[in-house]
Design a protein around this ligand. Structure first.
Ligand code: DX5
Ligand code: ZN
Length: 222
């Protein structure tokens, strides 16, 4: 499986966002992970289309926009216009996952569904064939730098089974507490895209850290 490392700009220095984005691109990031929070679906508040547009203007990397917001459909048009490459909505945030996934695709973006640690992966069963990404949260969303929740490993494996059964080539992404110690377990369970905020941004050499995460995912797991 191709391993993708996605630095999360939530851990960037927002006074020097352009520099941090450039460092991640030069450091070998595959995609950038962009956390949008509304202060309602999750307790924290971040940013919207304007920051996505600003990031888009300084990098060619795909932007993986993780929408931790109620009624995500309110933002699809603006985020697509701002340059989002992929939009991930939460299964818990709307009763209309199917409609929204298809709207995201109509706008020319890849579509994904995220699930919180307490949400059963079975909510993905009927939508799996339509998805470009499944995101299994490995912490409760809202903040960077939290501890990985061990029981989510078994959920990654169940999500992989669902994708295999659906003959889906969707990316299986994990987000929260991913670092040198946790990445191999997630890879072994079936994840192939790894969001890393604190691990990459707190490292003295982000490029080396991205390389090390990529290496550990595969080598330690096999
Ligand atoms: C958490 C966000 C994550 C966060 C991950 O709510 O969705 O993307 O940035 O940060 P780390 O890797 O520090 O746990
Ligand atoms: Zn995220």
């Amino acid at each position: 499986m191709t391993v993708r490392i996605l630095p999360s700009i939530l851990s960037a220095n927002f006074a020097r966002l352009g520099d941090d984005v450039a460092r991640m691109e030069a450091g070998g990031a595959d995609w950038l992970h962009v956390d949008v929070m509304d202060g309602q679906f999750v307790p924290n508040l971040t940013f919207g289309a304007k920051v996505i547009e600003a990031v888009r203007s300084v990098t060619r990397l795909p932007l993986d926009v993780h929408m931790m917001v109620w009624q995500p459909e309110r933002y699809f048009d603006d985020f697509a216009a701002a340059g989002a490459s992929r939009m991930l909505i939460h299964a818990e945030a709307t009763p209309h996952v199917h409609r929204h996934v298809h709207r995201i695709k109509e706008l020319g973006c890849a579509a994904g569904v995220a699930i919180n640690p307490g949400t059963p992966v079975e909510v993905l069963l009927d939508i799996a064939p339509d998805l470009d990404t499944v995101l299994v949260m490995t912490v409760n969303p809202g903040f960077g730098g939290q501890q990985f929740i061990p029981h989510t490993v078994e959920k990654i494996a169940r999500a992989r089974e669902i994708l295999t059964r659906a003959k889906s080539r969707a990316v299986l992404e994990v987000d929260g507490g991913i670092n040198r110690e946790t990445i191999a377990t997630c890879y072994r369970a079936g994840a192939d895209a790894f969001v890393a905020g604190h691990a990459v941004f707190a490292a003295s050499d982000p490029k080396a850290e991205i390389g090390e995460l990529r290496r550990r995912a595969v080598e330690v797991a096999t």
